[in-house]
Design a protein around this ligand. Structure first.
Ligand code: ADP
Ligand code: MG
Length: 593
């Protein structure tokens, strides 16, 4: 994607400062050529219709690329949003003689609004509900189109739809649609590299980790859904102008499925894939036209074609091409970071970074954590230990906001965070890793760590520009020793290295307190030595660490202070050596007799 920007680095600031519009000049030149070709070549009516359909459908399918490809949320009502735009233009220009542009904007806004409301009411629920609700919504819209005859003319549809004065002929209007396609395609293409786009990808890959990285998961999903509906509305408005006639069957559930198939076939993650998929799914039936007299055979061949592509290229045609490209890019070592990682933990409270009092978590009758106090002093390493099932991870989940507390109070650097959602605690300065690694699987190491660097409240990323974020992330990766492999997909790293990427992701955000859940689990002995060294280097910069681990050697050497849990209760707390010699602790670990 943005290969040029990321690899030309540091040495020539002039290159970095080139406005992105100039860097992408070739794209706009190509787009201008396409528009000129659409305006001037001579097509027969049949080709013109196919091109018009491809251009307007593609815009609607871009919407699916955003909501499904980027954010991982299903939308089975894209034809309904397409219909909002189409009927706004149809009814407005034909029945009320309102300007095409006004109708287009109104239809797009209507779709946006409908999408936002639908998203806000359903996205708190899980995936199946979303599918069901979007199907129901789609059916309701179809029913209204057919039955509200006073408004929509019912099954007869609306004809004599107007076009803007500037683009009266069908061909000049096609040229306009191609221009719109190019512009919207450009925006969608670059969306993954924006803050919102990154948030969407993080939500798609791992909602929990996204929340803990500081992303408002719900808002991100609603935004994706609303943008998807908006693009559906724009595509529909242009479609109505292009064909001058619309009827309810063009916006049915079956059409929503066709939109979805177009996205999946070409590759839902990229607008290039969308255009390929949309074009193919419009063209295949045309190629197979000679079989129309044999409908059974026609459907079989058509179905086989689609199944073969999806079977052998699960990420679509373009997804397949892109994976090859990513593998090839990963072979190029990333540019070295321009500066060593700095950790400058903010300070608003007193000597204690974390003060937990009376913390409890009950699962039904099970008291997983029971009235626990923990005070973590600023700077240094504090360990939370205890046998398996003693409540350590549950404690961490309450600290980071993944579990609601049953009772108790949590002060982070003087701020009461007890009832904050996860992403707000992260903004308040919390960083964490997970016992079972939670990385964003479809992204490179660098992309994972950039999301950490983007933590709201991180003061070390200057203006938050892509360049500053990349530099911060590269420094963090270099700090954990993985700098040169920044461009590799996280799935190609060993287990131990994935743990280090998780730590780098948390460090890049410059947290006030770092929570590590069993970072040594699954590491071999040399990796453990490296981890110990890493902890020392982190602590040396003044960042406070609260670490859970089983490895007593690591805990004894790294931690100055230890809190011990057993059966959810705190059984010891204090300076390391004293705690480790405490008879109750020895009993808890070795068992009585
Ligand atoms: P540790 O991390 O110290 O090994 P945990 O905090 O994971 O222990 O678990 C403490 C206890 O709480 C265990 O008995 C575990 O089975 C229980 N527990 C943890 N999470 C849940 C949950 N979501 N629902 C019910 N019980 C849970
Ligand atoms: Mg645990």
């Amino acid at each position: 994607m943005s290969m040029s920007g990321e690899h030309i680095q540091t040495s020539t600031p002039a290159v970095r400062m080139t406005p992105s519009i100039l860097r992408h000049a070739p794209y706009f030149v190509l787009a201008a050529i396409a528009v000129a070709a659409a305006a001037t070549m001579s097509f027969d009516g049949y080709i013109l219709n196919i091109l018009m359909q491809a251009a307007t459908f593609s815009i609607a399918v871009f919407g699916l690329s955003v909501v499904l490809g980027l954010c991982g949320q299903i939308n089975l009502a894209q034809a309904a949003f397409f219909g909002f735009g189409a009927y706004a233009v149809a009814i407005g220009t034909s029945d009320y003689q309102i300007s095409f542009w006004l109708c287009l904007v109104a239809g797009a806004l209507l779709a946006l609004l409908a999408g936002a409301v639908l998203g806000m009411t359903t996205l708190k629920l899980g995936g199946h509900y979303l599918a069901m609700v979007t199907i129901s919504f789609q059916q309701i819209v179809t029913l209204v189109m057919i039955n509200a005859i006073w408004l929509t003319h019912g099954p007869d549809g609306v004809g004599k739809i107007g076009r803007p004065a500037l683009f009266q002929s069908q061909q000049s209007f096609l040229a306009f649609c191609v221009g719109a396609l190019a512009l919207i395609g450009y925006l969608v293409w670059h969306m993954p590299d924006t803050r919102l786009g990154r948030a969407m990808r993080a939500v798609r890959d791992n909602e929990l980790a996204a929340g803990v990285a500081g992303i408002d998961v719900y808002r991100t999903k609603v935004a994706a859904f609303a943008i998807s509906a908006l693009l559906g509305g724009i595509g529909g408005g242009l479609f109505a102008g292009g064909f001058a006639y619309v009827s309810p069957d063009q916006f049915s559930f079956a059409e929503s499925i066709i939109f979805l198939t177009m996205a999946l076939l070409g590759g839902v993650a990229s607008p290039i894939g969308v255009v390929i998929g949309t074009g193919l799914l419009i063209l295949i039936p045309e190629w197979l036209r000679f079989l129309k007299s044999l409908p059974g055979l026609y459907l079989a061949i058509y179905g086989l074609f689609v199944i073969l592509i999806v079977r052998f290229m699960p990420d679509g045609i373009w997804g397949f091409v892109q994976e090859v490209l990513t593998r090839w890019r990963a072979k190029m070592p990333a540019a070295p970071a321009s500066a060593a990682l700095q950790l400058v933990p903010a300070r608003t409270g007193g000597d204690m970074v974390l003060e937990v009092t009376g913390l409890s978590k009950h699962f039904g009758g099970l008291k997983a954590v029971d009235n626990v106090d923990i005070s973590v002093r600023r700077g240094g390493v504090h360990a939370l230990i205890g046998p398996n099932g003693s409540g350590k991870t549950t404690t961490l989940n309450m600290l980071s906001g993944l579990y609601k507390v049953t009772s108790g109070r949590i002060l982070l650097d003087g701020t009461d965070v007890t009832n904050m959602p996860a992403h707000q605690r992260t903004a308040a300065g919390l960083g964490r890793t997970f016992q079972n690694i939670r990385l964003f699987r479809s992204m490179t190491a660098l992309e994972n760590v950039v999301i950490g660097a983007e933590r709201p409240g991180n003061t070390l990323i200057g203006d938050g520009s892509a360049e500053a974020l990349t530099q911060r992330a590269l420094s963090a990766l270099a700090f954990v020793g993985l700098g040169p492999r920044a461009n590799e997909l996280v799935s190609s790293f060993s287990y131990g290295h994935q743990r280090l990427i998780e730590i780098a992701r948390a460090l890049a955000g410059n947290p006030v307190l770092l929570l590590l859940d069993e970072p040594a689990a699954g590491l071999n002995s040399s990796e453990k030595v490296e981890l110990h060294d890493l902890l020392k280097r982190i602590a040396a910069q003044g960042l406070t660490i609260l670490i859970i681990d089983h490895d007593m050697t690591l805990v004894r050497e790294a931690a100055q202070h230890i809190t011990v849990l057993n059966f959810g209760r705190r059984i010891a707390d204090g300076e390391s050596l004293a705690v480790l010699q405490h008879p109750d602790v020895i009993t808890a670990y070795l068992g009585t007799e």
